[in-house]
Design a binder for this molecule. Structure first.
Ligand code: NAP
Length: 320
């Protein structure tokens, strides 16, 4: 089968399309025929060798995927060949025509959701859900700023917060991104490249500030985030690409909290709850993953260049 392989850590050019042996399922394992693989920023950090978790070389990247179960190992009653599923991880990587998964890593996909949309679910939606509800305990009626709302996690956050009855402010850096964020349910949009967007957030909340911020680039924004919080406000740090200076007094005056979160720390039970919530959202139409671009698997290098390039308008998907 065709798969993207990485033999050394480095730039996008280390992503190479190769022929490798197709995996075979062991006990309670599943071989998935991958119809779509989701591309996430974390895969660029791992590829560059800059991430805490380094895979043994050579490896195939990719956590998110969707497709059809091709074969199953013994010991499985609830998964069948032919099932449409999405992944929450895999043993062999999803940038490939087939991926070997533990049975607990595949989940049913509603018939109304395409494979490309299914490949948007795990890292983006599980992260947004965990940040909003399991970390920040966001409530209906809260005002939420989704900082970086035009990307994979941000769009998920906008849809989930809006469906739960929150007032949603989304930030994006391009006109196209802001139009998309509004279309996906944000009540208000701001430009995170404008010098005074914090004033806009203050006036949009009548001077009160926001209860929750989902932060995609904390090294740039965390100091200013604290000034935009309401009393008892919470910032969830989802993304950060370096150190940042903050004034801790901004937390004291508000009894505010800064909460770090990593999706890979989620327990199996938390993930099961998230799947149940997202499945209902997909059935009811409140969870609608947005595919920004579909590229052939062979163009994985271009996908990695694009995801780090800015001007996000939804997810980048690889099609084997
Ligand atoms: P993505 O699809 O590439 O989107 C990146 C987003 O960041 C875009 O909306 C982009 O907006 C926005 N952005 C760029 N400059 C910004 C700024 N100055 N202020 C605020 N936002 C800015 O990436 P993603 O999948 O949504 O992931 C977002 C971040 O979270 C990444 O750093 C990723 O590594 C991290 N992440 C962490 C976890 C975790 O477990 N903690 C899980 C998933 C993702 P424009 O393009 O419109 O400027």
């Amino acid at each position: 089968m065709k798969a993207i392989r990485v033999h050394e850590f480095g730039g996008p050019e280390v992503l190479r399309l190769e022929d490798i042996a197709k995996p075979k399922p062991g006990h309670r394992q599943v071989v998935l025929r991958v119809h779509a693989a989701g591309v996430n920023p974390v895969e660029t950090y791992i590829r560059a060798g800059m991430y805490a978790r380094k895979p043994a070389l050579p490896y195939t990247p990719g956590t998110d995927g969707a497709g059809v179960v091709e074969s199953i190992g013994e010991g499985l009653a609830h998964v069948h060949p032919g099932d449409r599923v999405y992944t929450t991880g895999s043993l062999t990587g999803t940038y490939a025509e087939c991926a070997l998964c533990e049975a607990a890593q595949v989940h049913p996909l509603p018939p109304t959701i395409s494979f490309a949309q299914g490949a948007c679910l795990f890292v983006p939606y599980y992260t947004a859900y965990r940040a909003l509800f399991q970390c920040a305990a966001a409530q209906p009626g809260n005002a939420v700023l989704i900082h970086g709302a035009s990307g994979g996690v941000g769009i998920a956050g906008v849809q989930l917060a809006r469906a739960m009855g929150m007032t949603v402010i989304g930030s994006a850096g391009s006109d196209g991104g802001r139009a998309l964020v509004r279309e996906q349910g944000a009540h208000h949009v701001v430009d995170h490249t404008a010098p005074d967007y914090a004033k806009d957030v203050a006036s949009l909340t009548g001077g009160r500030g926001v209860d929750v911020i989902l932060e995609m680039l904390a090294n740039v924004n965390l100091g200013r985030d604290l000034t935009m919080l309401a009393q008892n406000g919470r910032v969830v740090v989802i993304g950060s690409r370096g150190p940042v200076q903050i004034d801790p007094r901004e937390t004291m005056s508000r009894d505010a909290s800064i909460i770090g979160m990593l999706l890979f720390n989620a327990t199996q039970e938390e993930k099961q709850r998230i799947h149940a919530a997202l499945y209902a959202g997909m059935e009811l139409g409140t969870v609608r993953p947005v595919v920004g671009a579909e590229l052939p698997l062979a163009e994985a290098q271009r996908a990695h260049e694009r995801i780090m390039g800015g001007g996000a308008t939804g997810k980048i998907i690889l099609i084997p």
